[in-house]
Ligand binder design. Structure first.
Ligand code: ADP
Length: 759
């Protein structure tokens, strides 16, 4: 497919001919002497051009008509003004319509015979124009507006195809609206390279809003000049409506199957924004009134364009805003920012019209849509990070600045990166594919030029109008300013969200700190304020038992003894509470510790505490060196060892203390084989005691939770396992029990973080 409007730039300064559907006169001012005339004057008026040159126009027109021309020129504000003239010819009276305008120091009169018979069948143009304008005003967005422009122009001109063509920042263009005969192949969405309409042609479309070529193949008609006027032929005839057509342009459109052309300029803010281009497969003559109506519509469309564009931009902004709030709302519902960002949402792509996105949080990367592989993204971030300014970096030709990206140009020729945190490695990236993946170019721009005989580049017709993909390599669609702004706004919103969450976290921390303090002061009160009166009660009860035994009866003595027991118990409860509350606060004293030495001390103390014990302590292999707080781990082993002894009613009691290496953990299915190198040892204390029923295996770790009466199994106050668990957790580890009721129990624990695969 050819360019829509083939340039005729090299004709602009040396107009030697006009199209044959009209006639042209050039007159001097003020005497109105004919200096130039088109050769076809003989055909239309039955008078030879030579006989008119250097003659006053009165030779052809009445005084009233000449006055009318002068009046039109006098009132002229623009450079073109309609006029209607009639000529007496050997073939009778002939009606003409056209325009009169000044050009340099000449007056140009361009006339076409009135298409009388057709005018009678034509609709009421005024009604049509006002109707069309009202409809255009009602459209709600730019695309709808441009499509209506195309279809209104098609209605009035009855051309086969009407397209609206929009230029981009690089002067390449796209068919953005189209109204056509149903059987024709659609051109909507096709792209045209910038050389199709060179700078000079753009200037021409900017100056003259309407270009009409009713019969592209009609042979041009020469303009003849009076001898003394030849030098003035070099004037710029850009705005001569009848200007003849470049042969290149003719060939172009011939290849496209186009025989008639009408082009209306769309101008925004003094610049050529686009064109309405009308094609017809056979020659097509339009009455002057139709062209005036089209011109009017073009002018209105140009004026309304700015409104529609800003309306569209506003709509875009509103759409993006609502997208922002949807995404942010979804994020705000998550407990933390990480979780929120890591749950991929397709809407993320719509925020900046990207085809792919990546969320990179420290070492994690989540991919959405079409993206390079994660390892490429890591490297890309490394490269981009130092170049980020104001937390953003974007380019539509990544591999030009970062050649490694050529490998994944299909998905990421364009990238937009947002840095979310200055401290953490948090980034959001969006990707766009190479243009060639997304756009069909309407022809190869390089084919639209050929080297002329003089060595200059000349425009020439393309042979093929088939879709052709231009090799615009390694470049994506550009990031629009509104999209970049949207990304920045999104970043600010995320930061806002993070700050709010950080705020909430800080508040929570404050609360926790406060309740920790309260707990500490409670512990203090418990140890001093509560323990003092308690000790008083205890001491007085003991004194009374010692000094008043004779006075008291048996019931009295028993009650006092209960009181003593209760105060003792209460004191030990308070002690445990105090110890437990301090465990949470005290700094751990971490050192590499030989657990074998530690265990030996534990066993020694155990033997002193239970001198009569008949427990067999099995140590299948020596324990590893670990980093821990030795005093606290001593307590862990002591608790577990004494429980193993206490909660055992077998004739031959035994306990085994050991650990499981990673490969044994893999064998048990607790961890995956690839974690074997890094998994910590799992320690265990196993007995052949009374066992714990399944439903109690969790509850035993609760404070003051006992499964037996205090006088059974020499039990304590139900704090040993709670404290053990707390110590293990302070080391980052976990503890759990496995037990078979009446057969025995195994307590497992780690001193580092550990997670067991859930099956
Ligand atoms: P206590 O200080 O009373 O021994 P623990 O917190 O150490 O309390 O234990 C809580 C409960 O768990 C105990 O009352 C006991 O019923 C049960 N228990 C603890 N260790 C074992 C074990 N090795 N075998 C069976 N039951 C046990």
């Amino acid at each position: 497919m050819a360019n829509l409007i083939q340039s005729e730039s090299h004709l602009l300064h040396t107009p030697g001919s006009i199209q044959p559907h009209g006639i042209l006169f050039s007159l001097t001012e003020p005497n109105l002497i004919i200096t130039h005339v088109s050769q076809n004057i003989a055909e239309y008026l039955g008078i030879s051009p030579q006989s008119l040159l250097n003659q006053p126009i009165e030779k052809l027109l009445s005084c009233e008509q000449i006055n009318a021309i002068q009046q039109t020129l006098y009132q002229a504000k623009g450079n073109s003004n309609s006029c209607q003239l009639s000529f007496s010819t050997p073939f009778g009276k002939k009606e003409f319509e056209g325009s009169v305008h000044r050009l340099a120091n000449m007056i140009i009169l361009e006339l076409e015979p009135k298409i009388i018979e057709k005018v009678e069948n034509l609709p009421d143009f005024f009604a049509w124009v006002s109707n069309a304008l009202a409809n255009l005003q009602k459209t709600s967005n730019l695309s709808e507006f441009l499509h209506l422009v195309a279809s209104e122009v098609k209605n009035i001109t009855q051309f086969d195809r009407v397209m609206v063509y929009q230029f981009d920042a690089q002067d390449a263009g796209e068919v953005v609206a189209e109204a056509k005969r149903e059987d024709l192949y659609p051109y909507l969405g096709l792209h045209y390279p910038a050389p199709d309409i060179p700078e000079e042609s753009r200037k021409m479309y900017l100056e003259c809003r309407l270009r009409y070529i009713p019969h592209l193949n009609a042979p041009p008609v020469d303009i003849v000049a009076a001898e003394n006027a030849i030098s003035s032929l070099s004037v710029d005839l850009t705005c001569i409506h009848l200007r003849s057509v470049d042969t290149c342009c003719v060939a172009y459109h011939h290849n496209m199957g186009v025989a008639a052309l009408l082009v209306i300029s769309l101008i925004k803010d003094g610049k050529l924004w686009g064109l309405v281009s009308c094609h017809h497969q056979t020659p097509k003559y339009l009455p002057h009134a139709v062209r005036v109506a089209c011109d009017l519509l073009g002018q209105f469309a140009s004026l309304e364009l700015a409104n529609k564009i800003s309306q569209d931009e506003l709509d875009d902004k509103i759409k993006l805003r609502s997208l922002h709030s949807q995404v942010l709302e979804a994020m705000a519902q998550k407990d933390n920012f990480r979780e929120a960002l890591l749950s991929p949402f397709a809407r993320l792509l719509e925020l900046v019209n990207a085809q792919g996105a990546a969320i990179s949080l420290d070492d994690e990367i989540i991919l959405v849509g079409q993206t390079p592989r994660s390892e490429f993204i890591d490297q890309l971030i490394e490269w981009i990070d130092p170049q980020v300014t104001d937390s953003i970096f974007y380019t539509d030709s990544l591999s030009k600045v970062y050649p490694a990206a050529a490998e994944y140009k299909n998905v990421a020729s364009g990238v937009l990166l947002l840095r979310i945190s200055q401290v953490r490695r948090y980034y959001l990236l969006w990707f766009r594919p190479e243009v060639i993946q997304t756009v069909n170019w309407a022809g190869n721009p390089l084919e639209s030029f050929q080297l002329g005989a003089d060595g200059n580049l000349v425009l020439c017709p393309r042979k093929s109008f088939e879709l052709w993909q231009e090799t615009v390599r390694f470049v994506s669609k550009p990031w629009k300013m509104s999209e970049v702004e949207s990304a920045i706004e999104f970043r600010n919103a995320i930061i806002g969200l993070i700050l709010t969450q950080a705020d909430e976290l800080a508040k929570l921390n404050q609360e926790l700190e406060r309740s920790n303090l309260e707990l500490a002061s409670f512990a203090f009160a418990a140890s001093h304020d509560l323990k003092e009166p308690l000790r008083g009660i205890h001491n007085y009860s003991v004194f009374m038992l010692e000094d008043y035994t004779e006075v008291l009866d048996e019931i009295g003595i028993e009650r006092l003894q209960t009181l003593v027991r209760l105060t003792q118990r209460m004191e030990s409860l308070i002690d445990v509470l105090l110890k437990y509350s301090r465990l949470g606060q005290a700094e751990l004293n971490l050192h590499k510790t030989d657990l074998n030495t530690l265990l030996r001390q534990v066993i020694d103390v155990f033997c002193v505490s239970y001198p009569e014990n008949d427990l067999e302590i099995r140590l299948p292999r020596s324990l590893p060196l670990v980093r821990c707080d030795a005093i606290l781990i001593n307590e862990v082993f002591s608790n577990l060892l004494s429980n193993a002894f206490k909660y055992n009613n077998k004739a031959e009691k035994w306990v085994e203390i050991g650990y499981l290496e990673p490969r044994e953990q893999v064998k048990r299915g607790w961890i995956d084989a690839q974690l074997a190198a890094t998994a910590p040892p799992v320690f265990y204390v196993k007995d052949n005691g009374i066992g714990i029923r399944d439903h109690h295996q969790e509850t035993i770790f609760r404070l003051f939770k006992r499964l037996h009466a205090q006088n059974k199994f020499g039990g304590g106050i139900g704090a040993g396992l709670t404290i053990t668990k707390k110590i293990v957790e302070r080391h980052g580890g976990i503890i759990w029990a496995e037990s078979i009721y009446r057969e025995g129990t195994i307590f497992y624990f780690t001193l580092e973080s550990y997670s067991i695969k859930s099956n």
